[in-house]
Design a protein around this ligand. Structure first.
Ligand code: URA
Ligand code: SF4
Length: 195
């Protein structure tokens, strides 16, 4: 699959119709992601849930509502950023995505990162983090920006955060998530990216 240099509309269409892994069997449609295609910051979650699968949009259920609140808490709007997931289709019963599914779906995310060229990639939860910052533990590194080799240039800033779904049932994690979010405007300022 060559996704280099295809228009974003074509990428979106390919994701919506994709049948490259078993997750296509139970989903209603692929959920490509949404937002600003020139955003300075990209949020990458795990996989669409029930509501996302129905609406075809990322983070529109309960976890999505919290993500929207978090984004607004730092004075930004959903339309200012780009929001997507490591796998674009809903896993059955919302189980974790399997390694081969993440691999099959990776070219789409890679192509999106190359198109958007975000200065900052915020990973939400373990699965997204593991793809960009392998070998670390989320409880140890959440909220700590890391400069690593990026997809679209040599160096890219990553900020690993807890997944908003975890924070829904854990008030302490929710507090931490709001605290960690405050790093985002500071990092963008350092990188000279308007927020
Ligand atoms: N959880 C995710 O990781 N992604 C979504 O799009 C919704 C919930
Ligand atoms: Fe295709 Fe990704 Fe959906 Fe698998 S999860 S069918 S690779 S879009």
């Amino acid at each position: 699959m060559n996704l280099n240099d295809i228009p974003k509309e074509e990428l979106v269409k390919q994701v919506v119709e994709c049948r490259k892994c078993r997750l296509c069997e139970g989903r209603k449609r692929g959920v490509p992601g949404e937002g600003y295609w020139q955003a300075g910051v990209m949020f990458i979650g795990e996989a669409p849930g029930k509501e996302e699968d129905i609406q075809g949009r990322p983070f529109v259920g309960a976890a999505g509502k919290l993500l929207t609140e978090l984004i607004e808490s730092i004075g930004m709007k959903r339309e200012d950023v780009f929001i997507t997931n490591v796998v674009k289709c809903r896993p059955p019963e919302n189980r974790d995505p399997l390694p081969d599914e993440i691999e099959a779906c990776w070219p789409y995310l890679e192509a999106q990162v190359k198109m958007i060229k975000p200065a900052l990639i915020v990973t939400l939860g373990r699965h997204s983090m593991a793809k960009f910052l392998p070998g670390v533990t989320i409880s140890q590194v959440h909220g700590q920006p890391k400069v690593a080799n990026g997809i679209w240039q040599q160096r890219q800033v990553y900020l690993p955060l807890f997944h908003p779904a975890v924070a829904l049932y854990d008030p302490r994690k929710k507090e931490v998530l709001f605290e960690d979010f405050k790093k985002i405007p500071l990092i963008l300022k350092k990188l000279n990216v308007p927020s």
